[in-house]
Design a protein around this ligand. Structure first.
Ligand code: DAU
Length: 367
């Protein structure tokens, strides 16, 4: 029997960075929904958690390979062995604050790593037959931060917005996007690039705003809001993002870039208020206490981008994708997930995490 089109995916997909937050959600979704094999290449650095993928491991369609995208020989051998029909490239250093305190690893992983992965892929792809070459895809997962910062009334970023990255993180992602573009233009490698807004949802490492606030609130710690808390981000539920990636991989046009957003602009104050309200409802402190009592306005992030907003007309028009999870629904599910997964939170907030939190937050002044 022939499987229907959407159940008949590529035979094997190589995912990089699949033990991180978005990669984990993507692999779990793909393994559950499609008859696909996934090989996950992950360095297993500080924010990666192989246990996230326990459900995938129970199938015979998932394999974890521990290794670094900077190791071009390893990448070459892996591509020869696996012969993937597509690569979905998530592996990246992604925390802006860490890029401010130490840019070098961002240059290494995001710029050098992506370049080496592209080169290994080009060598492999150039030896394939014509049919395999034309169906092959290299999908690079990137960020809206490459476009810089918007003023309150500026129109949202489109795919044509000029790049203007402001942090070492976004500069390193911009450089990697340019390398992907160059490999398409120069060698004809069938590439796709996605630029997404701020993701949130299950399995996000608690150094980013939403899980950090949930974790701190539950632990009775301060909720540190940078500056005046009026910076705006567009919030995209990770499940919607993963659907968008799958859609672009299936139907995106090679050489194109697609913006992905959640249609949910919120100030950081609004985000933290939402976390506090949901926790007050579900895990009340009692004794006249509220989670919002823990909010502290602290020294602003250096070079802090004021606003991001994403115009998603292109992916909606061309590929028929749009976000389906509202901010309210996504936040409700996310807060509940963290309440239910206290053991997971404890398991990922050990030594390295605690060192980072004390380095990052102890020196910040409270307003
Ligand atoms: O826009 C997409 C990008 O979103 C991704 O490419 C990045 O990998 C991802 O980290 C995210 O970047 P942000 O810098 O916007 O995310 P973060 O969660 O670090 O911060 C969100 C906002 O919250 C930002 O305005 C800074 C603020 N913030 C963050 C932290 C960690 C605080 O006020 N306090 C905090 O403790």
């Amino acid at each position: 029997m022939k499987l229907p089109q959407n159940k008949q995916p590529r035979s094997c997909v190589l995912v990089t960075g699949g033990c991180g937050f978005i990669g984990t959600n993507y692999i779990l979704r793909e393994i559950e929904r499609r008859n696909v094999k996934i090989v996950n290449l992950d360095k297993c650095a500080y924010s990666a958690n192989p246990q996230n993928l326990a459900a995938a491991e129970k199938t015979d369609r998932y394999t974890l390979v521990q290794g670094d995208i900077c190791d071009i020989d390893l990448m070459g051998d892996l591509l020869n062995d696996v012969r993937p029909a597509a690569i979905v490239h998530f592996a990246a250093e992604s925390h802006v604050d860490r890029s401010i305190s130490g840019p070098e690893i961002f240059v290494q992983t995001n710029m050098v790593g992506t370049s080496r992965l592209l080169e290994a892929t080009r060598r492999h792809w150039s030896k394939l037959g014509a049919e395999e070459q034309s169906s092959f895809r290299f999908l690079h997962v990137s960020t809206d931060e490459v476009f810089g910062s918007l003023g309150a009334d500026d129109p949202a970023f489109t795919e044509e917005t000029p790049y203007a990255p402001n942090s070492p993180y976004s500069a390193s992602k911009a450089a990697s996007d340019h390398m992907v573009r160059a490999y398409h233009h120069t060698y004809g490698l069938p590439t796709l690039v996605t630029n997404c807004s701020n993701n949130y949802g299950p399995f996000q490492f608690p150094e980013k705003l939403i899980p950090l606030m949930i974790r701190n609130a539950m632990a009775g710690l301060k909720l540190p809001i940078y500056g005046d808390g009026l910076n705006v981000r567009d919030w995209l539920y990770v499940g919607d993002h993963c659907d968008a990636i799958a859609t672009v991989l299936d139907r995106g046009r090679c050489g194109e870039t697609y913006n992905i957003g959640g249609h949910a602009e919120r100030t950081n104050r609004q985000v933290v208020e939402t976390v506090c309200r949901l926790l007050d409802e579900r895990a009340p402190l009692g004794h006249g206490k509220w989670y919002s009592d823990q909010v502290a306005f602290v020294t602003d992030r250096l070079g802090h981008d004021r606003r991001y907003a994403v115009n998603t007309e292109k992916i909606e028009r061309e590929l028929g994708w749009k976000p389906t999870v509202s901010f309210e629904q996504g936040m409700s599910e996310t807060v509940q997930w963290y309440l239910d997964q206290r053991a997971w939170v404890s398991s990922v907030t050990t030594g390295e995490y605690r060192n980072w939190i004390s380095r990052q937050y102890e020196s910040l002044q409270t307003a």
